[in-house]
Design a binder for this molecule. Structure first.
Ligand SMILES: [Zn+2]
Length: 128
């Protein structure tokens, strides 16, 4: 990664001291964490995943589409339908063949199983 791929944030010294202490433990080493940046990266990813999970809810699965509640849309959230016809997925809300709703649909185990059986290609993994 080049320098332009990184950004700097300020963290309270006391909090970072605690991270440095934890990072040196056997438990952290077992988890493959060898430096503070790795620890922070992991912690942020976990938090992001938690937030993303809360954003979407799987409502139900129909013959050719899946309904997802997107809590970020409109005031009280909006139900979005993702259609799986032929070999491409299509989101009625975004009018796209690739969007966060399609990515989320693929993350639902039951949906994933059906789509794989239909030989649809999974989307690239989510980029945070
Ligand atoms: Zn969408």
């Amino acid at each position: 990664m080049g320098k332009e791929d990184w950004k700097t944030v300020n963290v309270k010294k006391r909090l970072l001291d605690e991270v440095e202490r934890i990072q040196r433990t056997d438990e952290a080493k077992k988890a493959g964490i060898t430096n503070v940046a790795q620890f922070v990266d992991l912690a942020l990813r976990e938090k992001l995943e938690k937030f993303e999970r809360r954003r979407f809810e799987h409502i139900n699965m129909h013959e050719d589409h899946v309904k997802i509640l997107d809590n970020k849309l409109e005031r009280a959230g909006r139900i979005v339908s993702v259609y799986f016809r032929d070999t491409k997925a299509w989101c009625e809300y975004c009018d796209e063949h690739m969007c966060v709703h399609i990515q989320y649909a693929w993350e639902i185990p039951d949906v994933r199983e059906i789509l794989s059986a239909r030989k649809l290609a999974p989307p690239p993994s989510r980029v945070f």
